[in-house]
Design a protein around this ligand. Structure first.
Ligand SMILES: [Zn+2]
Length: 537
């Protein structure tokens, strides 16, 4: 993270201005007709800092088009590094806005909240260090166009940015493969360094007509350590929902959609895949909260409800900081023991199906009329096909690129100093199928096979990734060939005898390779290994 210097002269000018009144955000001073550009976000943050707000304005990196990806540290007394935050004993919370840059109210709500940390909400900083990325997808933000084109189901403001980043990536599908500079910056300079205990990702819904100003979700991937996500789903979010109703009269509900609003069968959430930010954070064993303001509510209302929701989650995290820290330490410890085989190895999902928490009243907007219907609430996922968590995985010696990517995620990777021979699990390929259609520049690969035990030899230089570490379940999600990790994103295509993407439409038969080029083992190999250092980028 880089800290932005404040210049003395602007500080003096702004100190003078501050006596006139509080700095306003762009929507506040344009009667909610405009949302801020990246430059205006930067100017607002600088003005807060200059007026003595308890914030440090920095960047986590730069976008493809060279814009700053702002990262604000709000703290009192001031901390400027993960080490200082750790020493303070406070809980680190990360709030991210504008990953889909047409969905703009999160960006405005967090600017207001940062201003309020100088005043009414200053107390939060006695328990929390709050990191804020107000404008995560800055390139998308500044590609302004008419809301009717960029966000057709959204009620203003008139001009908004676009969903993808400067590389045309949907950043909320990028968390495992990490191709976007924004993803890489946040992995290196937020998740692996600050290790936030709570993460919030702020969005706007895509159009289902319902009766809630905001819908929310915990991480949905059932392969994460169960403790933090169950706490989020069953304790934190219901408490926040009740507070939203009693304090602000703002109805909120678990995120969902219906297929046909006239004949609804079920209220169903979105995907459990770890490509999505909040699902990814849940897999890391941390609390994740997705916020989706209602696209049919006007801009001012969406800013307010997002502001109130973020504030309530922060209040809850502050009030329960010790409990949250203990839950997450336990998740880290249990995951490590499972990977080592000292606790029963869990059966983890390589495919998923939606599960219901039961039938509840759901308010839908049908022909401008609120109807309450009793519907099954599908707000979570369970495994529909499982594979047992192994002790670890071997990668071939030439796969330094994949090793670097694992390191970027904060995963410990080791390299064999000497050759190793022993018993391993080898996946005999039954079928390989690549999607005909392109998705995010890829033809997603589906691998199906049968695990078999074989005696194998790994040469010196082979990479070994143990699941006996706090991110052991993330290791599974990235490397298990039949799941939705790196194999799915074509990282193994070359090793399977094809150039990246060229397996499109392929049905197994033409591949020369009969076993998958990654081996599982029950226990860490007894051979000298050295830890691979992280490539800083
Ligand atoms: Zn979104």
């Amino acid at each position: 993270m880089r800290i932005r210097p404040s210049l003395a002269l602007p500080v003096l000018l702004l100190l003078a201005a501050s006596r006139v009144g509080a700095q306003q955000t762009v929507p506040e001073r344009t009667n909610y007709q405009r949302t801020s550009s990246t430059a205006e976000v930067g100017a607002f943050l600088d003005s807060l800092q200059a007026r003595g707000a308890p914030i440090t304005v920095g960047t986590m990196g730069r976008t493809a088009e060279g814009r700053p990806i702002y990262l604000v540290i709000a703290s009192e007394p001031r901390v400027t590094s993960p080490r200082e935050a750790h020493r303070s004993g406070k809980l680190v919370v990360y709030v991210q806005a504008n990953i889909h840059a047409g969905e703009v109210e999160g960006k405005e709500a967090v600017q207001q909240l940062l201003r309020e940390l100088m005043g009414v909400h200053h107390d939060l900083l006695s328990k929390l260090v709050i990191l804020v990325a107000p404008d995560y997808n800055a390139d998308g933000n500044d590609a302004f166009g008419p809301v009717a084109v960029n966000r057709p189901e959204q009620d203003g403001p008139p001009m908004v940015g676009v969903r993808p980043d400067g590389l045309k990536l949907d950043l909320n599908r990028d968390y495992l493969k990490a191709e976007g500079p924004e993803t890489r910056a946040s992995l290196a300079h937020v998740y692996d360094t600050w290790d936030p205990a709570v993460m919030m990702d702020l969005h706007t819904t895509d159009g289902t007509l319902h009766g809630y100003l905001l819908t929310y979700s915990p991480g949905l991937n059932p392969n994460g350590p169960p403790g933090p996500t169950a706490f989020t789903q069953d304790t934190l979010l219901p408490a926040v929902r009740a507070a939203m109703q009693s304090k602000y009269h703002e109805p909120v509900f678990p995120y969902g959609n219906v297929r046909n609003v006239q004949h609804p069968q079920a209220w169903t959430t979105y995907s459990p895949l770890a490509w999505y930010g909040t699902n990814y954070v849940g897999l890391r064993g941390r609390i994740a909260v997705l916020s989706e303001a209602y696209s049919h509510a006007d801009f001012r209302t969406r800013i307010k409800v997002t502001h109130d929701f973020v504030l309530e989650v922060l209040e809850y995290a502050a009030a329960h900081a010790d409990h949250i820290r203990e839950l997450e330490r336990k998740a880290d410890r249990v995951t490590t023991l499972e990977g080592r085989g000292d606790l029963a190895r869990p059966d983890l999902a390589v495919d998923f199906k939606a599960a219901s928490r039961g039938v509840e009243p759901v308010v839908l907007d049908r022909d401008h009329h609120f109807d309450t219907l009793q519907l099954p609430i599908y707000d979570r996922f369970v495994a529909s096909r499982t594979v047992k968590l192994p002790g670890g995985y071997f990668l071939p010696p030439a796969e330094g690129g994949m090793a670097d990517l694992l390191r970027l995620h904060g995963i410990q990777v080791r390299r064999l100093v000497k050759a190793w021979s022993g018993s391993a699990q080898v996946l005999k390929i039954d079928s390989l199928g690549a999607a005909a259609n392109e998705f995010q520049g890829h033809h997603l690969l589906t691998v199906r096979g049968t695990w078999d035990t074989a005696r194998v030899t790994q040469p010196a230089g082979a990479y070994y990734v143990s699941t006996a570490q706090p991110l052991g379940r993330l290791v599974f999600e990235l490397l298990e060939p039949e799941g939705y990790g790196l194999a799915r994103w074509n990282f193994f295509d070359r090793l399977l005898g094809s150039e990246r993407g060229a397996l499109a439409g392929l049905v197994y038969g033409s591949s020369r390779v009969r076993t998958f080029p990654l081996w599982r083992v029950e226990h860490d190999p007894q051979v000298p290994m050295r830890v691979v250092r992280r490539q800083l980028r």
